[in-house]
Design a protein around this ligand. Structure first.
Ligand SMILES: [Fe+2]
Length: 289
């Protein structure tokens, strides 16, 4: 008697097989974003900031972020990309990011030059109010650079446009900028946050699809909330500032990055990861940078 091939089974038999071994529905996968902030790169490969060779520590943090089993889907750089306003610094940054093979998005910090970012990073230097779609999420980038000043400011027209975007599209959203939009209880740093950050946070509070506002600038980890919106600060890839300090002070924590895992159902998971140890020690008792 010939062997029965699957194609010769009756519909009832096939249904029976399916009932006995139900096929689990694959759950949509989350996306993993890596935020890198404040690399303060220099034209010279050996350029250093208060004792830390910034290119080396930047590369070490990238290597750490991409070393795990979980793949990253995009890199987000939240400003102070180049410290000495040098074309060579931006050229190096582009090369380092291209090597990862990942999409990357860059916004300006108070140490950056918008013209050099545009010239050397092209479309990765997102426009002053940029929006990118990643699966079911929106990533919105706001430029808080106020040229010539360490503090930041959000353009009123950009905030108005943000309100329109958020009222038109209710997809879960992450919002990125350089400056901190609320005080972090560090007196010297709080003189140089985003001056109208409260306006931004008010908008986020009224639009519950904004799951987090994520920034750099403060060179330390920070976590707070406004309504259901998380407010997240991220360490630098080079020097760290001491949390809660009244005056400028360095912290002994190693450089790091923030991971943001965004789920198709709108959930967000995040954590800060740091290098295990410092290859170089920052200059002790530095009084500024
Ligand atoms: Fe910085």
């Amino acid at each position: 008697m010939p062997e029965t091939k699957p194609s010769q089974m009756s519909p009832t038999q096939e249904a029976g097989v399916l009932q006995a071994f139900p096929i689990a529905k694959a759950r949509p996968a989350p996306s993993r974003l890596v935020q890198l902030s404040d690399p303060h790169l220099f034209a010279e490969p050996t350029g250093h900031l208060l004792g830390i060779t910034t290119r080396s520590s930047f590369q070490a943090v990238i290597d750490l972020a991409l070393a795990g089993r979980q793949a990253a889907h995009a890199l987000i750089l939240t400003g102070d990309l180049v410290h000495d306003e040098s074309p060579a610094g931006y050229r190096y940054l582009r090369q380092a990011l291209e090597k990862t093979g990942l999409p990357y998005y860059c916004i300006a910090g108070n140490h950056d030059r918008r013209d050099l970012m545009k010239k050397y990073l092209g479309s990765a230097a997102v426009e002053p109010l940029g929006i990118r779609r990643l699966n079911s999420w929106n990533l919105i980038f706001l430029d808080s650079l106020d040229p010539g000043r360490n503090s930041g400011r959000l353009d009123r027209t950009h905030l108005d446009r943000l309100v329109e975007l958020l009222s038109d599209d209710k997809a879960p959203t992450l919002l990125f900028l350089h400056h901190h939009p609320k005080p972090i209880q560090s007196a010297w740093m709080d003189t140089m946050g985003a001056e109208n950050g409260a306006d931004l946070l008010g908008i986020c509070e009224r639009n519950s699809q904004v799951k987090a506002v994520v920034f750099g600038h403060i060179h330390q980890a920070f976590s707070s909330s406004q309504g259901d919106c998380r407010i997240l600060g991220t360490p630098s890839t080079c020097i760290q500032f001491l949390p809660g300090s009244v005056d400028f002070a360095l912290d002994a924590h190693p450089p790091g990055y923030r991971e943001l895992t965004i789920y198709p159902d709108g959930r967000l998971a995040t954590r800060v990861e740091r290098l295990v140890e410092l290859v170089e020690l920052p200059i002790p008792h530095a009084e500024g940078y």
